[in-house]
Design a binder for this molecule. Structure first.
Ligand code: C5P
Length: 237
């Protein structure tokens, strides 16, 4: 049985590459993340294909628009079958509440499991200069916690966060809040361009619910073996 706390990031641009990876990883992985690159290139068939293979899909499109538009978007993605959907908490409490209501109503109507909504707080690519440039007032870390709390109060099921923020978010938002963390590097892997990283074990110990991992698996010489080693690290906690 695959460990569904591991989500593999499908950072590829074609259906063919997607199918190759999913075939290579076989039963060792049950959860995949489809992001903008793949979804904008290959569209809804990516999700349909993964579902046909019995996989769960995290659709990471980071919705951010007026409440009605985001709600309609969430309805469409629920219909498509996404299990996790991201949106920007900076869209505000009304937008998040509208999204949560849309997910509940669409799932009830379709008699499917309600997708979980994950808020993005402050993108980890922000540094202090960029943050000041857009008028950020609080220190970034405080803003992350403020938005995580607001996301919870507005009906979000969790957040996407750096593993280094997981502990503080867990303290503020409690145990029944999903914390999904990218920026994970198992002990055997190269950091690539990730800077604020944690091992699978440390991220889980700090309160992460699920881990999103891309290149340490997708670029590994033996991807199945990479998954096996990562799951071993995850289970060592
Ligand atoms: O290859 P790697 O493990 O770095 O991939 C991590 C995935 O998580 C990528 O899809 C990346 O876009 C995403 N991500 C991230 N850091 C964030 C948000 C998303 O690495 N702060």
């Amino acid at each position: 049985m695959a460990d569904d706390r591991l989500i593999v990031a499908l950072d590829v641009a074609t259906m063919e590459q997607l199918k190759n990876l999913v075939t290579t990883l076989g039963d060792s992985v049950s959860y995949y993340k489809v992001g903008m690159e793949l979804f904008y290139a290959a569209g809804a068939q990516t999700v349909t294909y993964l579902q046909e293979q019995g996989k769960s899909v995290f659709l990471d499109l980071k919705l951010h628009d007026i409440p009605n538009t985001v709600a309609q978007g969430v309805t469409s993605l629920t219909r498509l079958g996404a299990k996790l959907i991201t949106l920007h908490s900076q869209g505000g409490p009304v937008m998040m509440a509208a999204a949560a209501k849309a997910a509940t109503e669409a799932a009830e109507k379709l008699q499917v499991e309600r997708p979980k909504l994950l808020a993005v707080t402050v993108l980890t690519s922000f540094d202090d200069d960029a943050w000041t440039a857009i008028g950020g007032q609080l220190p970034i870390r405080d803003q992350v916690l403020r938005l995580a709390k607001l996301a919870k109060e507005s009906g979000m099921d969790g957040v996407v966060a750096s593993p280094l923020e997981a502990k503080a978010i867990r303290e503020v938002c409690g145990d029944d809040f999903l914390i999904v963390t990218p920026g994970i590097r198992p002990s055997f892997a190269a950091a690539n361009d990730q800077k604020r990283i944690a091992t699978p074990k440390n991220a889980l110990a700090d309160g992460a619910s699920k881990l999103v991992i891309g290149r340490p698996i997708t670029k590994a010489e033996n991807p199945q073996e990479a998954v096996r080693l990562i799951v071993e690290e995850m289970e060592a906690i």
